[in-house]
Ligand binder design. Structure first.
Ligand SMILES: [Zn+2]
Length: 276
């Protein structure tokens, strides 16, 4: 049986995920070194950032990250960023924020973002919105998100964030790997989520698929999303956009970071596209 207690810090997440892996430790050192070595891309660029969770203890670190980003980038909403991506209109440095899974602690990130005049989009799974059953929460977090248990936003919190300018998008109903379920189930997961969000908030324009890699979704499921009238589908493939592109994919490239990460990691991801 999984641990029913909620994670309270980034250390709890790290402990959960590093039980069997040394990779994050090596990655940490590699990125610290690379951040010093690479030269910054001088072309105006548009970046989509994504993150998952923000704990109280990460507030100050997130402030430092935002202070660093504010020096180089204009913060814009996700919808504005999608518009610029569509129009290939990248005349200066822009950055926007997105958060997958809809954890309750997004509210902490939102408070910090507010200090900088920024907002974000949260990609939510309606099957977990406002769920209070601790066993269900632990199971979903372990099976679907590979993490320790954490609570999700409820509708009151979502509506409150929406009134503050945050947007909400479709992350499927149950967070399955879209390539492993049938085409029909994938479409039902997306359509059901669309209806629920649209009914509660009056809109739903953006989609991000679970696990974010191109092999976790069928191409025709992405087409299905656009046929529903969506303005964007987002991956977690790293990269950013300049006037020259890359515009050869119909999905958005996003750079994952977490608010507890050292600033050197963020510096690396925002100044070069070399990891593509
Ligand atoms: Zn997710």
């Amino acid at each position: 049986m999984s641990n029913l207690n909620f994670a309270r810090s980034a250390a709890d997440i790290k402990r959960y995920r590093q039980r069997n892996s040394l990779r994050p430790i090596f990655r940490n050192y590699a990125l610290k070194l690379l951040a010093h070595l690479v030269k910054s891309d001088s072309k105006p660029r548009l970046l989509f950032l994504s993150f998952h969770f923000t704990f109280e203890s990460d507030r100050e670190n997130l402030r430092n990250i935002m202070t660093f980003l504010a020096k180089d980038f204009e913060f814009i909403s996700y919808s504005e960023a999608v518009q610029k991506w569509k129009n290939k209109e990248i005349d200066k440095n822009y950055i926007c924020f997105s958060s997958d899974d809809g954890f309750e602690n997004y509210q902490i990130a939102a408070e910090v973002m507010k200090e900088f005049g920024a907002t974000g989009i949260v990609f939510i799974c309606p099957s977990m919105i406002g769920e209070s059953n601790k066993e269900k929460l632990a199971k979903f977090n372990a099976n679907r998100l590979n993490g320790p248990s954490m609570p999700f936003l409820n509708w009151d919190q979502i509506e409150n964030l929406a009134s503050e300018g945050h947007e909400f998008g479709n992350h499927t109903f149950s967070h399955f790997n879209q390539a492993e379920i049938s085409k029909k189930s994938a479409e039902e997961e997306i359509a059901k989520t669309h209806e629920i969000i649209e009914e509660r908030l009056g809109y739903c324009h953006h989609f991000a698929w679970p696990y974010g890699k191109p092999n976790r979704i069928r191409r025709d499921t992405i087409d299905f999303v656009y046929n529903l009238g969506y303005k964007s589908a987002a991956s977690t493939v790293r990269g950013y956009y300049t006037k020259e592109g890359p515009f050869d994919q119909n999905y958005i490239l996003r750079n994952n970071f977490e608010p507890f990460w050292p600033l050197s990691h963020i510096k690396y991801f925002t100044k070069t596209n070399r990891y593509q």
